[in-house]
Design a protein around this ligand. Structure first.
Ligand code: BDP
Length: 328
């Protein structure tokens, strides 16, 4: 009887182990993306999924959930960190509060332009950010372009910092952005992306800020038709995977995964450039008033309290800020 019991236990254990490894092997990963069909990130993430299963012979598969159907961005970031979801394409804005090193990209005007941002990400500063992300459970697979963000509203062109005074402006969830609006004399209103259209329409907020493609794809231009080209934030976007899932993979599989993500990034950056132009043209044709701000120095100077606060909270990150500023 004892003997039989032991065999039973052995069989049960084997079944469990086989069952477990099968479920680990054949598990389809779930990927989060906030954007709608046709948006550069959506097309590129689908390409990533396609390349992944192709290159791994179906061993690694990813099912993408677009349009934020799996929840808000801050929630999804948390889910990928704890393993409720495996993969995500995130803006660095809502990741910043969790990863101080990576929050450096959310300092207004830290980058001279998008090319400068790429040089920084490709260098030592990029490595420091990726190390910070990994410590918090997010392994970087690739970087996507999100252009530059500018202010838009339904009231008036923003020509000088004082024009933001008294305006209620929606920002992403990150204290640096709230500090940025306060430093300009406005009232920051952190809010989920999905709520912004209605809030602009009903006057809960006067304005918001984003790049051309998101301004267009969300229809924000219909309800906030004055766009002032401040380009105050240039924030990259990450494609990342849960750190435990990453560690469970063989070096070969890690290589395949990274390659697939990097190839999708090449596509995304190309689509991005085209969409930026197309979106700008579309909204201007629809009647949006574009206000250029050739001299941004007053806006830059107004950001001093934002930098001071970041460095006061993270004194050890001063060299990182200086490294970025010194990167040609
Ligand atoms: C877009 C980003 C998206 C953000 C959104 C926002 O791609 O990840 O959620 O801005 O403003 O540009 O919330």
């Amino acid at each position: 009887m004892k003997h039989l019991k032991r065999i039973g236990l052995f069989v049960a254990t084997v079944v469990l182990i086989i069952g477990f490894s099968v479920s680990v092997q054949a598990k389809e990963w779930r990927g989060w993306n906030i954007h709608v069909a046709g948006y550069p990130n959506t097309v590129a993430m689908d390409k990533f999924a396609e390349l992944l299963s192709e290159k791994s012979g179906g061993k690694m598969t990813l099912k993408m959930y677009h349009s934020g159907t799996l929840g808000s961005q801050p929630d999804a970031i948390e889910q990928v960190r704890i393993g409720g979801l495996e993969i995500g394409n995130f803006n660095m804005g809502p990741i910043g509060p969790i990863v101080p090193e990576a929050n450096v990209v959310s300092l207004p005007f830290i980058f001279k332009d998008v090319d400068h941002m790429w040089r920084v990400l490709d260098g030592e500063a990029g490595k420091m950010m990726e190390a910070g992300l990994a410590k918090k459970g997010l392994v970087t697979l690739a970087w996507y372009d999100a252009g530059a963000r500018s202010f838009y509203n339904s009231k008036k062109p923003i020509e000088a910092p004082a024009d933001v005074g008294g305006m209620k402006v929606r920002v992403m969830n990150n204290d640096l952005y709230s500090g940025m609006i306060s430093a300009l004399g406005g009232n920051p209103s952190p809010m989920a992306f999905a709520e912004v259209y209605q809030s602009l329409k009903t006057g809960v907020v006067d304005g918001a800020e984003n790049n051309w493609p998101s301004y267009e794809s969300t229809g924000h231009y219909e309800v906030a038709p004055i766009y002032s080209n401040s380009q105050h934030l240039i924030i990259p976007e990450i494609v990342c995977i849960n750190a435990d899932v990453w560690k469970s993979l063989s070096p070969e599989d890690q290589k395949i995964l990274k390659e697939a993500a990097q190839e999708s990034a090449i596509l995304q950056r190309d689509l991005w450039k085209k969409r930026e132009k197309a979106s700008e043209e579309k909204v201007l044709a629809a009647g949006v008033k574009l206000n250029e701000i050739p001299d941004k120095s007053a806006f830059q100077a107004a950001m001093k309290p934002v930098y001071d606060k970041y460095l006061k909270d993270n004194p050890d990150l001063k060299p990182l800020v200086e490294l970025i500023q010194a990167t040609p």
